[in-house]
Design a protein around this ligand. Structure first.
Ligand SMILES: Nc1ncnc2c1ncn2[C@@H]1O[C@H](COP(=O)(O)OP(=O)(O)OP(=O)(O)O)[C@@H](O)[C@H]1O
Ligand SMILES: [Mg+2]
Length: 353
């Protein structure tokens, strides 16, 4: 499969008064043409910082890309000038943010905002841009687009605004769409509609999507592959099936265990004990060790490498070392794995061990 984006050993820090916040500490992943890669992990693990770095949207200072490469169309985005980046941002790589209001200008009509993006990146007449804006609103399911383009953001509902933001992000047929928690501000029904819409458009346009969320339930429905982040690192990466039916990292187990179950709606939710480490002083060894019931002595001393589970599945946990004791995921996780298997129609609800 064709790679559209390669992130290699990315390190990003923020220099603040108290010292250096090591927000991203060696993130690597590839993005393939037409796929959806989900990035999941608890608050503060570096999902937004990583994605903003791809768009070079982090202010410098206080942020600083310390190390690593972001390869796109034969160029390393970390090395481009702001002017070169402007040709890419919004045109070849675009981004949808969590809160649609932050991406829309309240004083400009929806039509003018979409046309602005089009006119900036494409050689279109004003009339052509206007027609394309109407087409885009239609594409994202907004009725009466001819009328709607003359209206302002406050005349739209939250779900409709998010559709407009998606239309703007798609205006120039980007190769990569980054969606950072695009539906968290929306209610469940609208959320599902927006996700359906994104999948639909992806099929039509063949773009690749990086989908950031802390909701693993959504991931199972929209993603092809999943990267699990913890404390500024990718600790496990694999296909959706590998992450849901054969998770290897105890942190991934914790995330799966803390998902609401499909059949016992009222049971108490599990949450991973403890809190993520302070990134001003990241611990040595495996940053998850203090919260990991399976931690061994080595976890406190040496950082685990990415161990290969399959050609597409890697996890950074010493439990995968040949000399480590064989441990099974906790019962509650095994139960979740079985539920996923059943709900996605896997035969007999079996999972690979
Ligand atoms: N401007 C900044 N100055 C200092 N630290 C920052 C800055 N922006 C982000 N950070 C730190 O970088 C780390 C990663 O933040 P990031 O926003 O990427 O988290 P996230 O995974 O997107 O979390 P959430 O799920 O809450 O959106 C956090 O520890 C955060 O405090
Ligand atoms: Mg975030």
């Amino acid at each position: 499969m064709e790679k559209v984006l390669e992130v290699k050993d990315l390190h990003i820090s923020f220099d603040i008064h108290a010292g250096e916040v090591q927000a991203v500490r060696g993130v690597s992943f590839d993005l393939y043409k037409g796929e959806t890669l989900a990035i999941v992990g608890e608050s503060g693990c570096g999902k937004s910082v990583t994605s903003k770095a791809l768009m070079r949207l982090l202010p410098t200072p206080p942020s600083r890309i310390k190390q690593g490469e972001i390869l796109f169309e034969g160029k390393d985005l970390t090395k481009l000038s702001e002017k070169e980046m402007q040709e890419i941002r919004g045109a070849k790589i675009s981004m949808i943010f969590q809160d649609p209001m932050t991406s829309l200008n309240p004083t400009m009509t929806i039509g003018n905002q979409i046309m602005e993006v089009l006119l900036k990146h494409q050689k279109l007449s004003k009339n052509e841009a206007r027609n394309r804006a109407i087409e885009l609103l239609q594409l994202v399911g907004i009725k009466n687009p001819e009328l709607r383009i003359k209206q302002y953001p406050h005349q739209f509902s939250g779900g409709m605004r998010q559709r407009v933001v998606i239309a703007m992000a798609l205006a120039c047929n980007p190769k990569v769409l980054i969606a950072d928690e695009p539906t968290t501000a929306l209610d469940v029904t609208i959320q599902a509609q927006i996700l359906e819409l994104m999948k639909d458009i992806q099929k039509k346009m063949g773009m690749s999507i990086i989908f950031i969320t802390h909701d693993l339930g959504v991931v199972a429905n929209v993603a092809d592959r999943v990267a699990v982040m913890y404390a500024g690192k990718v600790v496990e990466i694999g296909t959706v099936d590998e992450i849901f039916y054969n998770p290897k990292h105890p942190y991934t187990w914790g995330l799966l265990a803390s998902m609401p179950s499909l059949d016992h709606k009222d049971e108490e939710l599990y949450s991973i004990p403890g809190t993520p480490p302070d990134l001003l002083n990241p611990p040595k060894g495996d940053a998850f060790a203090p919260r990991n019931p399976y931690a061994m002595k080595i976890d406190y001393e040496l950082e685990p490498p990415m161990f290969k589970v399959s050609d597409t599945h890697y996890a950074a946990t010493w439990l995968l070392h040949e000399n480590a004791p064989k441990v099974e995921p906790p019962k509650v996780v095994q139960e979740r794995m079985r539920q996923f298997a059943l709900s996605s129609g896997k035969k007999g609800g079996e999972f690979r061990g």
